[in-house]
Design a protein around this ligand. Sequence first.
Ligand code: ASP
Ligand code: MG
Length: 422
Amino acid sequence: MRVFKFGGASIKDAGAVRNVGRLLSGYRNQPLLVVASAMGKTTNTLEEICQLYFDGGDFSEPLNRLKSFHRNIIHELIPEGSHNYYEVENLFVELECILETSPEGKIYDRTYDQLVAFGELISTRILSEFLNLHDVPNRWLDARNFVVTSGHHRRARVDWETTESLIDRMVRRLLSRQIVLTQGFIGRSSENFTTTLGREGSDYTGAIFAYCLGADSLTIWKDVPGVLNADPKRVEHTVLLPRISFKEAIELAYYGASVIHPKTIQPLMRRNIPLYVRSFLNPEEDGTVVCDAAEGDLIGTPCYIFKDNQTLLSFATKDFSFIVEDHLRDLFDAFTRTGVQINLMQNTAISFSVCVNSDEQRIGNLLTLVADQFNVQRADAYQLLTVFNYNSEEDVDPLIRGRKIALEHKTGKTLQLLVESN
Ligand code: ASP
Ligand code: MG
């Protein structure tokens, strides 16, 4: 029994969906669970709509764009009048109904989850219909009936016990008969609200199902040949890493290697389920396997990881006293409560500096929370560069090209630099 995950790029247009159909037709009679994301950049469009909705702006342009994008794909792939054709139209109506209500009094993060979930619900309806039409029989499932989470919206935590028991009881049985197709990224809280697992969370959904089903493997199908030592759009000479250990993958993901969602590895590691990262453009190639390899036999190669849109925050006490434990405790408490994730930190006697993702909403909440106690300096437009298996300055200089370094941190073989964006 295997789990496959297809991301937005693999189903970004009608041609891409056909390609996935061809790929899956090779697995027709095997127990296989398929997890899919929203098509192309749909989640970004939904985020745009959500923001405009809350700002009281006009969201008709992105909403129309979202609808025509999907309708064009549907038009090419599935007949008008088929079951899922109507299901998708119903989803559009449902989305519009929410947007017609007033945002007043609504909780931003909760509404965000409710809105962005439409991307996956729509994409899987289309994909399922297309596959059924092309002799890849499959059963569509609403992931929210299985992935049960906490009520931390936009970063929901999985309730493993409930989720495992539901998947084990209901999904395993279906897999003996046909391919099962479901959504990545979305879940449901115990209060019955739609939740999401964090941006790019579909990989994690793949791992959740693989774990709960005790799958033989999870395969993430991507538009790159596997895990590379850097993003080829940013670094000239990249190499494919054919085998990496779970532990190394966790580190790479932690530093922001976008090829694997940070939370994906742990559940796989716990049940020793190998993860394959392969190219949907060249499905005959092996790609990368992340497995329980002996430590040290793997990456000697330096890996470069970039995180854009970083904000540098420096906190100083209002009375200029030293930053001591109780200040740090209050600060960390504020970070936890507002969901601001720290990517790098450094402290001196009178200041504590962190680099965080430039998320307006969360940073705003954080700064309000600490305003009484701390003076905060804020600077935006930074990039965080992490070099894993760092060898020498020569590797790094061409990537920085004279940009100003705001923070620098080295531990073992890992170097992190916060530099001005270029
Ligand atoms: N569609 C969601 C996102 O773009 C989840 C995913 O793609 O994994 O963040
Ligand atoms: Mg996506």
